[in-house]
Design a protein around this ligand. Structure first.
Ligand code: SF4
Length: 319
């Protein structure tokens, strides 16, 4: 097996974090590097542990994604999963993760990738205060999100095409893939893709939260991914952002001009981030090259790294 090396790569989420805060980007992609080793420096080990935390809305999305993947696995095996079973599968994982986060922090400290740890617990946020009832109200919101998402996934006419696609036509199911753009490995994870009878490739992305402008950019990148991975012309690709809780399927198609725009944005981001890149195998670098956001920024209130960054007291308005 070849030795793991720290190399520059790019993804939509990498760009998203860098656009939010370059210091957080440094913690996530540089300081956390090799933080998994038994002899890792404490600053690296801590960054690695924090990199492997999540937040309750993200955890609800992870449980939904995993359960939808399970729905497809069952379908591939010739079985079915009804709405209530899909919701129950996701809710079981959701509640287990919450309890694990609350009760088993020491195990997460030892094995951060294997155990769920919510930033809400880690930073003792008011939203997970149980005696006041706030935790119950906070959790209920995501229980409802999971239930309504499972219903829409299993029952909506908008997703009938997905549910009835024959397994032999599937191209991707939560596939971790890499393509090359501008001599840079580009990571992408299309949630689900298949080829219909007319040869059109449909790519679906499950969205557990609200619609955001960057989703259109992300799906444009998936069109380029489809071109490189499956040899399909962009004109034959349809991308769908499926907003599970809202019950909306938003279709996007990309012509040459639109893809030129996507490529321009990818190139600009790669160029800027390559300027900052250093070999994290050689050392921890100079974090001052990665500026923080202004004190009081909303980004700090939900940042995994606000402890080592010295902003652990940043709180969400109202909490
Ligand atoms: S706490 Fe704020 S400044 Fe520090 S890394 Fe996070 S977002 Fe950036």
């Amino acid at each position: 097996m070849s030795e793991l090396r720290h190399e520059f790569s790019w993804s939509v989420s990498r760009r998203g974090l860098a656009d939010t805060c370059l210091r957080a980007y440094y913690y996530q992609y540089y300081l956390a590097w090799r933080g998994w080793g038994e002899r890792a420096e404490e600053s690296r080990a801590l960054a690695y542990r924090l990199k492997n935390t999540t937040r309750l809305p993200m955890w609800a999305g992870t449980c939904l994604h995993d359960s939808i993947a399970h729905w497809f696995e069952r379908r591939a095996a010739g079985q079915s999963l009804a709405t209530a079973e899909l919701a129950a599968h996701a809710l079981l994982a959701f509640r287990l993760g919450y309890k694990q986060s609350r009760d088993e922090a020491a195990r997460w400290e030892r094995s951060p990738k294997r155990f769920t740890r919510l930033q809400e617990h880690h930073y003792a946020e008011a939203s997970v205060d149980e005696p006041s009832g706030r935790a119950a109200a906070y959790g209920k919101r995501y229980v409802q999100r999971i239930e309504s998402s499972a219903r829409w996934f299993c029952e909506s006419s908008e997703l009938e095409r997905v549910r009835t696609a024959e397994p032999s036509t599937w191209l991707a199911l939560e596939e971790h893939g890499t393509i090359d753009l501008f001599h840079t490995p580009i990571h992408a994870i299309p949630d689900f893709a298949f080829r219909d009878e007319a040869g059109v490739v449909w790519i679906y992305d499950w969205k557990s939260g609200a619609e955001k402008p960057e989703h259109e950019f992300q799906l444009g990148l998936y069109t380029l991914y489809a071109e490189q991975k499956w040899g399909v012309a962009p004109s034959e690709v349809r991308c769908v952002a499926a907003y599970l809780e809202d019950g909306r399927a938003v279709q996007h198609r990309y012509d040459a001009d639109a893809l030129e725009h996507v490529l321009g944005a990818v190139h600009a981001s790669i160029t800027a981030l390559r300027e900052l890149h250093f070999d994290a195998d050689a050392g921890v670098g100079d974090r001052e090259r990665f500026p923080t956001v202004a004190l009081g920024s909303a980004a700090c209130t939900s940042c995994a790294f606000r402890g080592p960054c010295g902003r652990a007291g940043a709180t969400i308005a109202g909490s």
